[in-house]
Design a protein. Structure first.
Length: 262
């Protein structure tokens, strides 16, 4: 089956044995046509753009800042009373995104306190209604990712159906679902049917093995069927390889050869 999509190397996790900017070169040398990363903010946008451009790659996706991890922060979009923090981080992400010409920015939702469910939902909707038109003006889609509750207990959204409900209420066409097969398999399973159900609202796809978040040639997900399903449905954007390699990144890329440049 022909592959209308290309792989994107998530250089926050792949090639982690190298300095951040050198991971761009490593991804290009391995045959990737695009890279993505979680948080590029340790380098200037100009330096990242120059390195990506010099290798003829695309920077496909970045995340909004998470805040102070030592204080348990993991994003701000759904945190009541933290609109200023969300907007400051979003402005930074949008500036990087515009300079890097990304397709999507993942808005980190955060971990509301117990009992703040109603207020968190209201904060999320208010923040995304503020952010969506700004991203749209820059030609960028925003994506919302459910994170599995095993690894990130208390995160605002942990299931794809929750995100679908929020997006229906939000009604902003450039705010979509980040379909990370790793997280969705852990929480919900039924991956092929969920792809079918959520297809109209999917803005980005990421993959990793389950349960160990390694190369997608092991574990319980039949990735051949998943990737064939994406191809059959005409997915023509990137699929992000976002996993922790078993060893050296290059040693584990055998699974990816059909999607990499020679």
């Amino acid at each position: 089956m022909s592959r209308p999509f290309c792989l994107s190397a998530n250089i926050s996790m792949l090639f982690a044995e190298l300095p951040f900017l050198d991971r761009v070169d490593a991804a290009a040398d391995a045959g990737f046509r695009a890279v993505e990363c979680q948080f590029p903010y340790g380098s200037t946008a100009s330096d990242v753009a120059a390195r990506v451009g010099a290798r003829g790659l695309r920077m496909n996706a970045i995340n909004t800042p998470v805040g102070d991890l030592s204080r348990g922060e993991f994003g701000f979009a759904a945190l009541p009373g933290r609109a200023d923090a969300f907007r400051a981080g979003f402005d930074q992400a949008l500036d990087y995104g515009a300079r890097l010409k990304v397709d999507v920015v993942h808005c980190m939702s955060g971990m509301p306190a117990s009992g703040e469910g109603v207020a968190a939902r209201a904060a999320f909707l208010d923040n995304l209604r503020w952010a969506a038109p700004r991203a749209r003006e820059a030609g960028i889609d925003l994506v919302i990712e459910p994170l599995n509750a095993r690894e990130r207990p208390g995160y605002f959204v942990s299931r794809s159906d929750e995100v679908a409900g929020l997006l229906a209420e939000l009604a902003e066409p450039n705010v979509k679902l980040l379909f990370d097969v790793y997280h969705i398999q852990i929480m919900e399973g039924d991956i092929l049917r969920r792809l079918e159900t959520h297809w109209p609202i999917i803005g980005h796809v990421q993959i990793a093995s389950v349960p160990d978040r390694r190369e997608p040639d092991e574990g319980e997900v039949a990735y051949g069927a998943v990737l064939d399903g994406l191809a059959a449905r005409g997915w023509d954007r990137f699929v992000g390889a976002e996993y922790n390699p078993r060893g050296a990144t290059l040693d584990g890329l055998g699974w990816a050869r059909p999607w990499l440049s020679p």
